[in-house]
Write a protein that binds this ligand. Structure first.
Ligand SMILES: [Zn+2]
Length: 366
């Protein structure tokens, strides 16, 4: 029951794996007078929740439905915290536009927004993605900028300055500039910036990498389809082909999370290494470890000295970290586990699939 909206999406060919965020959510901005008439309805997480409800209660072919979602499903599908979901559902905009039919059932009731334009979030934008062996995790603001490009720079190049984009999304210029740099980064190649306008005022030319968007969309679809087969739990699921699909979906998700954890820990470690004292003590400790082990096994006389040396270096390394405001656990991959229910293993000890594994988990297992 709780997964009704998900099932509808999974079962319908008419729906692609995206969320439509009506432009009105970003407030009204008059392009001619360059004046803002109304502000953005709230944070980008609020916008995502509203876009989700909108997409599942007003389908692109005009059909209407009720969006059935638990808080946990919002969290999982949109990559948000529980408190952000709750805040979004209590927001003024939600009070105004969303009718809560019953517990966990929502309907978007703003007729004036239904045929208007929208920015399109793809489901993959809300999760860590691997491109050219790099893991990309977009912030909520960066996702909004990418959704903007996905809609405005899709079919033909878009000419816009950073300030134009900031105005339309009701964002600050520095945040827009940071987001643009991230989505246009060469190693990811999501959006091509054909020339770079200076100082936020002059225009750049953008076009999205449609081939890559399609590929990421297909990968997402494949993952969800594989999960759907598992959801149905029919005899078909026993077919080896289906098993292979599920296996590869599981493998790629495991890989994505592992890369995310490794890279997050690596980033902190790299930052720590910029500190001379940390670098020195860290390297010394690494060199010391095998010597210490050797001395211990052999029972050699220098063992106690080495132990003292290790203690001293450990203490110095610890103070360096403290000075850098880095906690020891941040250097460990385990710190970045995304789901503490399954420890990123995707399966629970009972053998059931964990609800964190994308959408489409079997009802009752979330
Ligand atoms: Zn999990």
């Amino acid at each position: 029951m709780e997964t009704a909206a998900v099932m509808q999406q999974l079962n319908s060919n008419a729906v692609d794996y995206s969320y439509r965020a009506p432009l009105a959510l970003f407030g009204e901005f008059d392009k001619d007078s360059r004046k803002r008439r109304t502000r953005r309805v709230g944070s980008f997480t609020t916008i995502k929740v509203l876009a989700d409800i909108f997409s599942f209660s007003v389908f692109s072919d005009g059909r209407r439905s009720v969006c059935t979602r638990t808080i946990e499903l919002f969290e999982r599908d949109l990559g948000m915290s529980e408190s952000s979901v709750r805040r979004a559902l209590k927001s003024e905009a939600a009070q105004k536009w969303v009718k809560c039919e019953s517990k966990n059932a929502y309907e978007f009731k703003a007729e004036e927004l239904i045929n208007g334009a929208h920015y399109k979030y793809e489901a993959w934008m809300t999760r860590p993605i691997i491109i050219n062996d790099n893991v990309l995790v977009l912030t909520h603001a960066e996702q909004a900028v990418l959704a903007y490009f996905n809609s405005e720079a899709r079919r033909q190049p878009l000419e816009a300055s950073s300030q134009d984009i900031a105005d339309q999304l009701d964002m600050s210029l520095p945040i827009v500039q940071g987001a643009i740099n991230k989505v246009c980064a060469k190693e990811f190649d999501l959006v091509h910036r054909l020339y770079i306008g200076k100082n936020g005022k002059s225009k750049s030319r953008y076009i999205i990498n449609r081939a890559l968007f399609r590929e990421l969309g297909r990968a997402e679809k494949k993952k969800l389809k594989a999960l759907q087969k598992q959801v149905q739990g029919t005899d078909d699921a026993a077919k080896s082909e289906d098993k292979r699909d599920i296996k590869s979906a599981v493998e790629s998700e495991l890989y994505a999370r592992k890369r995310y954890r490794e890279e997050s820990a690596e980033r902190v470690y790299t930052r720590a290494l910029e500190d001379k004292e940390f670098k020195l003590t860290d390297e010394e400790l690494k060199k010391l470890a095998p010597r210490l082990a050797f001395a211990e096994v052999r029972g050699s006389a220098g063992y106690m000295d080495l132990l003292d040396r290790q203690r001293e270096l450990t203490e110095r390394r610890r103070s360096a970290l403290k000075r850098l405001n880095i906690s020891e656990v941040e250097l460990s991959e385990d710190f970045y586990i995304q789901c503490h229910k399954c420890g990123d293993k995707l399966f629970l000890p009972s053998g059931k699939m964990c609800g964190c594994f994308s959408r489409g988990a079997p009802p009752g297992e979330v």
